[in-house]
Design a protein around this ligand. Structure first.
Ligand code: MN
Length: 360
């Protein structure tokens, strides 16, 4: 048997040596032989067929985890799996088309807002937090006021103090709006909270103390958003639900790299493992500005909700429940019906014209 060098194999399969090394590591396409002295990798010509299938499926955009499944199936079942994948892609494309339409409308709206008069808007809000069914204490903190919305999920021995500290640092922004830049004001408040968290018991140790935070601040028709960790913000606009934050979790990054499938992510044993948090080290916040529009509804929630309640149930509950407090209560009920494995917090906020009466 004559083995092929990684270069010759790469050439024959149109896969790069870098890709081949990754597929080897993942067990998708391990080399037939690795020279123990030089570390050089060699491939069996019999592996060409599998490698070409891998290359084609990558061109199709299939995640590596799913490719591994397809490659191990009989051809007829592999064909069925590719067909199933493709109909899923078409469904995802339809929902991305909706998101693109939303972004186009939102971005062109911003242009008019800058040239025209800013509409004064207010918030009709509710905040609820619940211990869930399994935990001994509630380490989440949630806040909603006439300008500020915030959810924080504490962890470790000082988790409850950490999430409370970040809400305490943000709360003054609700009472009096900062004169300068909205995002700066939010970032400074989080920086200040980070110093407080740095002084708490259990910071830097095993089962480290820390907190996540997702917060929004309204001024005129602008909403500033800061986010770190795995709480989420969603926007319900015209019946469509859009997640406007990106989870800072190990699982989300594996998903982004196509190394696991959404189904694998949902049941991943380490899905709560965070890449970023407020834990006494340098704070790396995501920040963004959004145009608030009358009729929009925002949801800020901890992972105790999204871990057990599907996006479709969240969307239907937000769409079908008029009162923000009722919506928050129903979402928390859904999490507890789903087992309530974690603390759960929901802030629901409706954007309304300023003239309308503000009632909880
Ligand atoms: Mn949690």
């Amino acid at each position: 048997m004559r083995l092929l060098s990684i270069g010759a194999f790469a050439h024959a399969t149109r896969l790069s040596p870098k890709a081949l090394r990754l597929y080897g590591e993942l067990g998708l396409l391990p080399p037939a032989f690795v020279d123990p002295a030089s570390g050089y990798r060699f491939y069996d010509p019999a592996q060409l067929e599998r490698a070409r299938l891998v290359a084609w499926l990558r061109r199709l955009g299939m995640p590596l985890a799913r490719i591994r499944v397809v490659c191990d199936l009989e051809p007829a079942r592999a064909a069925g799996e590719v067909a199933a994948y493709w109909s899923q892609v078409e469904a995802d494309t339809a929902s991305r088309r909706d998101l693109a339409a939303f972004l186009i409308a939102s971005l062109s709206g911003r242009k008019t807002a800058m040239t025209g008069a800013q509409e004064a808007l207010a918030i009709r809000y509710a905040a609820r937090t619940d211990i869930g069914r399994c935990r001994e204490s509630n380490q989440d903190s949630a806040y909603a006021g006439s300008r500020l919305l915030a959810v924080a999920d504490g962890m470790g021995s000082g988790g409850a103090s950490a999430s409370a500290a970040v809400i305490d640092a943000l709360r003054p922004l609700d009472a009096s709006l900062p004169a300068g830049d909205l995002l700066n004001a939010l970032e400074q408040a989080v920086e200040q909270a980070s110093v407080t968290v740095g002084g708490l018991e259990g910071v830097g140790g095993q089962g480290q103390t820390g907190t996540t935070v997702t917060a929004m601040l309204l001024s005129g028709s602008q909403l500033a958003l800061v986010h770190i960790g795995d709480c989420r913000a969603y926007l319900l606009r015209d019946g469509g639900l859009f997640q406007i934050t990106h989870d800072h979790t190990v699982v989300q990054s594996l998903l982004d790299e196509g190394r696991i499938t959404p189904e694998e992510a949902a049941s991943h044993p380490q899905r709560s493992l965070l890449l970023r948090a407020i834990d006494g080290s340098a704070v790396e916040l995501d920040t963004s500005l959004h145009d608030a529009r009358a009729g929009d509804r925002y949801l800020l929630c901890s992972d105790g909700l999204t871990g057990v309640v599907s996006t479709e149930v969240i969307r239907a509950t937000l769409r079908d429940t008029g009162d923000p407090d009722q919506a928050a209560v129903r979402l928390i009920e859904a999490a507890n019906t789903g087992g309530g494995p974690d603390n759960v917090s929901c802030v629901v906020a409706d954007i309304i014209p300023l003239a309308a009466p503000v009632t909880g």
